[in-house]
Design a protein around this ligand. Structure first.
Ligand SMILES: C[S@@+](CC[C@H](N)C(=O)[O-])C[C@H]1O[C@@H](n2cnc3c(N)ncnc32)[C@H](O)[C@@H]1O
Length: 364
C-alpha cells in the first residue's frame, strides 16, 4: 500500500504560486518570539569560547525564503554587539544552511548576495566576515565532522519525522492521529518521534565542540491526550476536506486511508524523557499569522483567517499531497480547507516547545 513518504516533504519552491518564501509569516512569528533566546544563547556561548578566530554555526531545516537568513542575521547581530562591547575583534563566521536534498536551495543561494548587502548596510561599525554554504541531507543523520560545530539552531522542523511510522497502516479515515485512531497508532507516532529526536541529538552531540550550544524550537502540545483539539486539529480539517472530495468522486477513499503524515507534535513529558536537564520554554503562536504581537490593528475575519491558514499549510504540505493524490485536486482541496479552517480558527492556538540545549562533550 502506498504511504506518504517523508522524502516527498519539500516546502513549496520559489516559483510556485503559494511558495514557502512568500507564505511563511507564521514561522517568522515563531522566529520573532524566540529571538531573545537566540541572542542569550549566542551571548552565553561567546562568553565561554572567545577569543576564537572562527565560529561554525548551522541552521537545520532552513527551507527557502526570508526565514532561511533570519537566524544568521540575528547571530551576526549578536556577535557584533558582544565583540563591540568587549572591544574584541570579531571572529569569522561559517554558516551551514541545511535542509533535505529536494529543498529549493537555488532560491537560498540566489539570496546570498542580497543578504551580504544587507549586512554591509546594517553593520557598518564592525564587520563579521560571514561565509555561507548549503548542506543537503537529513538532520536525523550526521551532517558535520566530529567536534566541529559551535552552535546549532533549528526552528519549526523537528516535528517532522524521518518517515511514516510503522504500524499506522490501519489508521483508516485519518491522515494523522485522531480521536478515532487506535492506541497502536498513537504509540507508533510517539515511538517514531522518540527514535528520530534521539538520533538527531546523538548526531549533534558528536558534531558539537565542548561548550557548544543548541537552540531548538518545534511544535508541540501542552496536554498529554494527543486527540485533544490542541493536539493538531489542522490535519483533521485536511482529512475532512479530502473526504469532501471523496464524496464528489474526485479522490478515492482508499488513497486517503493510505496517506499518513510523517509529523508528530510531542507533549512536554515526551521531550523531557529524552532531554532531562535542559531548559524548556513554552509559548503560543496564533495560527493566523496576522494575529500577532506586532499587529495591534488585527480584526478577526473568518474568511480571511481561513485563507491565511490554508496558504500557510499549503506551502508546507502541497508537495506531499501532490505526490500521493496528484496535482489536479489541490486547488479544490484548499478552497474547502480554507472554508473549514475559517469556521473554527478563532478557537485555535498552537503550542511551541522551545528547548534550549547546551551540549558539552558527553552531556547526552
Ligand atoms: C516549516 S519549514 C521551517 C523552515 C525555517 N526553519 C523556518 O522557521 O521558517 C521545515 C523545514 O524542515 C525541513 N526538514 C524536515 N525534515 C528534515 C530533515 N530530516 N533534515 C533536514 N531538513 C528537514 C523541511 O524540508 C522544511 O524545509
Amino acid at each position: 500500500m502506498a504511504m506518504a513518504s517523508a522524502n516527498a516533504l519539500c516546502m513549496n519552491p520559489g516559483d510556485k504560486d503559494i511558495s514557502y518564501a512568500n507564505h511563511s509569516s507564521l514561522q517568522k512569528n515563531t522566529l520573532l518570539k524566540i529571538r531573545p533566546f537566540l541572542e542569550d544563547t549566542i551571548t552565553d556561548m561567546l562568553n565561554k569560547i572567545l577569543p576564537v578566530s572562527f565560529i561554525k554555526v548551522a541552521d537545520l531545516g532552513c527551507a527557502s525564503g526570508p526565514n532561511s537568513f533570519f537566524p544568521t542575521f540575528e547571530i551576526v547581530d549578536t556577535i557584533t554587539r558582544v565583540c563591540q562591547q568587549s572591544h574584541r575583534e570579531s571572529p569569522e563566521l561559517q554558516v551551514f544552511l541545511n535542509d533535505l536534498p529536494h529543498n529549493d536551495f537555488n532560491t537560498v543561494f540566489r539570496s546570498i548576495p542580497s543578504f551580504h548587502e544587507r549586512l554591509k548596510k546594517d553593520k557598518r561599525g564592525l564587520r563579521v566576515p560571514c561565509f555561507i554554504v548549503g548542506v543537503p541531507g537529513s538532520f536525523h543523520e550526521r551532517l558535520f565532522p566530529t567536534r566541529s560545530m559551535h552552535f546549532v539552531h533549528s526552528s519549526n522542523c523537528l516535528h517532522w519525522l524521518s518517515k511514516v511510522p510503522r504500524g499506522v497502516e490501519n489508521n483508516k479515515g485519518n491522515i494523522y492521529m485522531s480521536k478515532s485512531s487506535s492506541v497502536d497508532v498513537f504509540n507508533a507516532y510517539s515511538k517514531q518521534f522518540q527514535m528520530d529526536f534521539s538520533k538527531f541529538l546523538c548526531s549533534r552531540s558528536e558534531e558539537m565542540i565542548e561548550g557548544g550550544q543548541m537552540l531548538l524550537t518545534l511544535l508541540g502540545r501542552n496536554i498529554t491526550d494527543p486527540t485533544n483539539k490542541d493536539g493538531f486539529p489542522l490535519w483533521d480539517l485536511l482529512t475532512k476536506s479530502l473526504f469532501d472530495l471523496v464524496a464528489k468522486g474526485l479522490v478515492q477513499e482508499v488513497d486517503v486511508d493510505s496517506f499518513n503524515i510523517p509529523f508528530y507534535t510531542p507533549c512536554q513529558k515526551e521531550v523531557r524523557e529524552i532531554i532531562e536537564k535542559e531548559r524548556m520554554e513554552i509559548f503560543e503562536v496564533n495560527w493566523d499569522f496576522e494575529d500577532n504581537d506586532y499587529n495591534t490593528n488585527f480584526v478577526f475575519e473568518k474568511n480571511r483567517s481561513g485563507q491565511n491558514v490554508a496558504k500557510t499549510v499549503r506551502a508546507v504540505i502541497e508537495s506531499m499531497l501532490v505526490n500521493h493524490f496528484g496535482e489536479i485536486i489541490i486547488d479544490d482541496l484548499f478552497i474547502r480547507y480554507a472554508h473549514h479552517v475559517g469556521s473554527i480558527v478563532w478557537d485555535l492556538v498552537f503550542i511551541v516547545l522551545l528547548t534550549l540545549v547546551s551540549m558539552g562533550i558527553g552531556s547526552l
